[in-house]
Design a protein around this ligand. Structure first.
Ligand SMILES: *Cc1c(COP(=O)(O)O)cnc(C)c1O
Length: 403
């Protein structure tokens, strides 16, 4: 099934994707990361681990997720056919569970009874709390106290699942402060604690490991596209927050030069407004969350506050592999603003009977932008990373503001 047009063997042994990635952490964590790297290497080459992961993806997560041909919406747009990879149908409603299952299984192998996570919108916190309950582990989730207020429903979900949520009061009381607090906990409790990172970021081996766990998305697409259409899509489109759903669907296609890879960042109120979350479009290389990548920062290297209508895209960095894919030209990165995402959110509800996550609506909006000028035979595969029930409140508020 592998298509070998291009050589691609990244990251290198030290976690570099060209000039990006690597390990930028305090001395005390180096040994923990080395141990993680060894454990992951062993696990990925162990048929028993792979079989267990696949079993859980099938019976707990509900994989494989289907590809759905959005025929009515494609007809309305009048050009390329839009196909949706339905990650919204997974248990807990998004792609994040693929990765948390993988990391929890690894934590269990490493005999770590306690897992920690940090979360902004709360989605990764819920996915981490879910697997902690499933495998009987203690779970602590760090969350900025501003986010705790804004995301009350997810805080309640985590509590129901048995996790303790620790509100972080430092700095701007949002995700970047929760990141620091989680790192601090890990340094202190590294002997019994596994840090579950929710996207393709963090120090090596996290970006590689999360990509590998999420790449089940793209591998399924290779087989499903061949079966449904007898060929692969002309382009694969995914939204990019930290970049895990995008890496998951891109990775198996990287060597297939005939397939365009398009990542969509959140332009919020517009790039010119400064209120956005487009790290690749408007950031500069720097260090965040233990790796070198594109970061939204001011002239003094201070991390900037981000804005997007979708809380899940509100991250001031981006996975280092995306930084590399951008610079190398293998993937293209574009932006969609709040208004564009909302319009496609409503389109998918009305034309297809699917309520998408606002994050995924950014990818839908870019597909809707390019589809009309493409021939009807063209195939655009969009990663529908999650369902939109969690966004009802936000969408209704916007509808009220407009009326
Ligand atoms: C968290 C989230 C994202 C953004 O995270 P990535 O790591 O960029 O995939 C996108 N879509 C949904 C539904 C999410 O919950």
């Amino acid at each position: 099934m592998q298509i070998n047009d291009l050589p691609y063997d990244l990251p290198d042994r030290r976690g570099h994707f060209g000039p990006y990635g690597g390990v930028f952490v305090s001395e005390t964590l180096i040994e923990a990361l080395e141990a993680l790297k060894r454990a992951y290497e062993r696990a990925r080459n162990d048929p028993a681990f792979v079989a267990e992961f696949e079993y859980e993806l099938k019976h707990y997560v509900g994989r494989p997720s289907p590809i759905y041909h959005a025929k009515r919406w494609s007809e309305v747009l009048g050009g390329a056919q839009i196909l949706l990879k339905r990650e919204d149908l997974n248990h807990t409603g998004a792609h994040k569970i693929n990765n948390t299952v993988g990391q929890a299984l690894l934590a269990r192998r490493m005999a770590k009874p306690r897992v920690i996570a940090e979360t902004g919108a709360g989605q990764h916190g819920v996915a981490a709390a879910t697997v902690a309950a499933r495998y009987g582990m203690q779970c602590v989730v760090y969350m900025g106290s501003e986010d705790v207020k804004r995301q009350a429903a997810n805080v309640e979900r985590m509590a129901l699942l048995g996790a303790s949520v620790v509100p972080v009061e430092s700095g701007s009381k949002t995700l970047k402060d929760a990141l620091n607090e989680a790192m601090r906990d890990w340094v202190t409790n590294v002997a019994n604690t596994f840090y579950i990172i929710g996207t393709v970021a963090g120090p090596h081996p996290y970006p590689m490991m999360v990509r590998d766990f999420q790449s089940v998305i793209g591998r399924e697409c290779l087989a499903q596209m061949a079966e449904m259409f007898g060929r692969q899509p002309d382009a694969v489109i995914a939204c990019v927050g930290g970049g895990s759903n995008a890496m998951g669907i891109f990775y198996p296609y990287i060597r297939n030069a005939g397939v365009k890879l398009i990542g969509v960042e959140a332009a919020g109120f517009g790039l010119a407004s400064g209120k956005h979350a487009a790290s690749l479009a408007a950031g500069k290389p720097g260090v965040l969350h233990g790796n070198r990548t594109y970061v939204l920062q001011d002239g003094h290297g201070q991390i900037l506050e981000t804005h997007s209508i979708s809380a899940g895209l509100d991250y001031p960095g981006v996975g280092p592999e995306h930084a590399w894919l951008k610079d190398s030209g293998r993937a293209e990165y574009v932006t969609v603003d709040d208004r564009g995402a909302l319009a496609s959110f409503h389109d998918l509800c009305r034309y297809e009977g699917i309520i998408p996550a606002l994050e995924s609506a950014h990818a839908l909006a870019y597909a809707a932008r390019i589809a009309p000028s493409m021939p009807r035979e063209a195939l655009l595969l969009v990663n529908l990373s999650g369902r939109g029930d969690k966004d009802m409140h936000t969408v209704m508020e916007h509808a009220r503001e407009r009326s």
